[in-house]
Design a protein around this ligand. Structure first.
Ligand SMILES: Cc1cc2nc3c(=O)[nH]c(=O)nc-3n(C[C@H](O)[C@H](O)[C@H](O)COP(=O)(O)OP(=O)(O)OC[C@H]3O[C@@H](n4cnc5c(N)ncnc54)[C@H](O)[C@@H]3O)c2cc1C
Length: 512
């Protein structure tokens, strides 16, 4: 409190006063000296009360998103208000305060995601690919949201009747603003998330992909004086950001959630001055002598003296007919708090024999789902860590060996059962797929050399001089997207950091 008092402003507030309100673009961090405030949702339902020594705030203090909740004084208050930018600086400098606040912000966001009626409201049918796109986007952004499907909700059905087909889905933002079929970028910027890029930008190092590899490069690049920009097509953090618990990252003996690990990395990269821009998808690379130009889906062009490709890999889909009708409704590729909420007391299938399938199965079983893990080999020990096999047993996950799905059954995207290749029918309401991943490199065409599976070749394999350099001088690859990579967080971070050294050598050969 003493530290906060030095940097913030002491204020008072009377009963009934609003400290911040849904839709506000910004609010300060509030540390309560005395008194009490209630936090409520849009319908006025109380979520929590905080009193003396408590504090108000969650992830949007750092991400810059619009406010999702209202805070009303319930007992006369004396409090310290710390403006957002000051708080950010303080979190960089004061490790013990960061230890206290950051996990609380992250946990509060996870709890908000589990509640109905908070955040963005999406009105659209599960049959619409545009609705599914937006649902996928808000889930990946870990935004709290409510989805009104007109097939289930009369009010939503009436609203949809009055709206032109090409304006659907409707998205209502906290505070009442309504968007009609927004692009992911439009929705992001309306919520105040993310940097808006100029039509043409010039940087020293452009990092394409904001997973651990890209973030590793951003931290080291920016801290060593390179003008660094990260563009990310979905949400910063990459695959690692979706991991429930990373147990093998150096320095975290008790494990750390993927979102916390990558959240800290993002804060660290920004602290050193790296810029991060989302959601911007790279769609072409044009190599040049002095600068390479990367074009983005919204029409922007980034001219960079060096480019790091760290676009990772994307989940493989199940080769069955009609899968897209179920995706986002009852078939998922990650198991987070919103999915766990959906699946309580339901029959759930998790497909895959690797550690990520095991982690998801355990997480869903702990949330009260009846989980069956389906995998195609005879024995899990070939592909899964021993401790996770024990966890499956401990949490009552049924394991079905030699099982592959041949068909999905259900209506309106809602799964009822699956048929396996041996003809057996298994009743399941939800399916989570963890079938490995393919590299996100199609957008590169043949500008850089890739292997037969599409992973980017580097070093001698690409005919390049530098270790992590691709077949195009000044264009590097790091992390899961690189042919022969280890596919772990630590190795992706290490490769990203290593590339920075090569970039320095290239940009200032005489100085190194
Ligand atoms: C559920 C799960 C659990 C895991 N658990 C662990 C663990 O416990 N320990 C461990 O060490 N590893 C774990 N891993 C593996 C680890 O997460 C990956 O090895 C690591 O994330 C790879 O980092 P990366 O930066 O190379 O790629 P990614 O993390 O895949 O990041 C790539 C990023 O690039 C973006 N992108 C793709 N295409 C474009 C484009 N055209 N334009 C702009 N951006 C683009 C993507 O959206 C993505 O955010 C786990 C993975 C998963 C999925």
């Amino acid at each position: 409190m003493a530290t906060l008092a030095e940097l913030g402003e002491e204020r008072t507030a009377a009963i009934g006063e609003k400290l911040f309100e849904i839709g506000d673009a910004t609010y300060p961090f509030i540390a309560i000296i005395e008194g009490e405030a209630a936090v409520t949702d849009a319908a006025g339902r109380e979520i929590v009360r905080h009193g003396a020594s408590g504090f108000l705030g969650e992830m949007n203090l750092l991400s810059g998103q619009t406010v999702f909740l209202t805070a009303i004084v319930t007992e006369p208050m004396r409090y310290i208000a710390v403006e957002r930018e000051t708080l950010r600086r303080l979190l960089f400098e004061d490790a013990s305060l960061a230890e206290l606040l950051l996990p609380a912000f992250i946990q509060r966001r996870e709890l908000l995601q589990q509640r109905q009626g908070i955040g963005v409201e999406i009105v659209g049918s599960h049959e619409s690919a545009e609705t599914r796109r937006l649902l996928d986007f808000v889930r990946r952004q870990r935004l709290p949201y409510t989805w009104d499907d007109p097939t289930e909700d009369l009010e939503a059905a009436a609203l949809i009747e009055r709206t032109a087909e090409d304006e659907l889905p409707l998205v209502r933002l906290p505070g009442g603003v309504e968007l009609r079929r927004p692009s992911n970028g439009e929705l992001s910027r309306a919520l105040g998330i993310g940097l808006q890029l100029a039509p043409r930008e010039e940087v020293d190092l452009l990092v394409v992909g904001g997973g651990p590899g890209g973030l590793g490069a951003a931290v080291y690049g920016a801290s060593e004086g390179l003008d660094t920009l990260v563009v990310e097509s979905t949400v910063l953090g990459g695959q690692a950001g979706t991991s429930r618990r990373i147990e093998n990252y150096l320095g975290f003996p008790a494990g750390i959630t993927g979102s916390e690990l990558t959240g800290r990395a993002i804060t660290q990269a920004r602290k050193f001055g790296a810029r991060t821009a989302t959601p911007y998808r790279a769609k072409a690379l044009a190599p040049g002598e002095e600068r390479h130009v990367v074009s983005l889906d919204e029409g922007n062009e980034i001219a960079a003296r060096a480019v790091l490709l760290s676009t990772g890999a994307e989940y493989r889909r199940l080769p069955v007919e009609g899968l897209d009708r179920y995706e986002g409704v009852s078939v998922f590729y990650a198991a987070g708090p919103p999915e766990a909420r959906l699946c309580g007391a339901q029959r759930v299938g998790v497909v895959g024999g690797g550690n990520s399938a095991a982690q998801a199965a355990v997480w869903l079983a702990r949330g009260g789902a009846l989980v069956t893990l389906l995998h195609r080999r005879a024995d899990l020990t070939e592909t899964m860590s021993h401790y996770l096999i024990e966890e499956l047993d401990r949490y009552g996950v049924a394991v079905r060996d030699r099982s592959e799905i041949a068909a999905l059954h259900g209506e309106d995207g809602r799964l009822d059962a699956v048929t396996l290749t041996d003809g057996a029918e298994v009743p399941l309401s939800f399916l989570f797929l963890f079938l490995g991943a393919s590299p996100c490199t199609e957008w590169l065409g043949d500008t850089v050399a890739r292997d037969a599976k599409g992973f980017i070749l580097t070093g001698p394999d690409a005919g390049a001089e530098g270790l992590l350099e691709t077949s195009v001088p000044g264009v590097y690859a790091a992390g899961d997207v690189r042919a022969g990579s280890i596919k772990r967080c630590a190795t992706a971070v290490g490769e990203g950091a290593t590339v920075v050294r090569f970039v320095h050598e290239r940009l200032a050969p005489a100085a190194v």
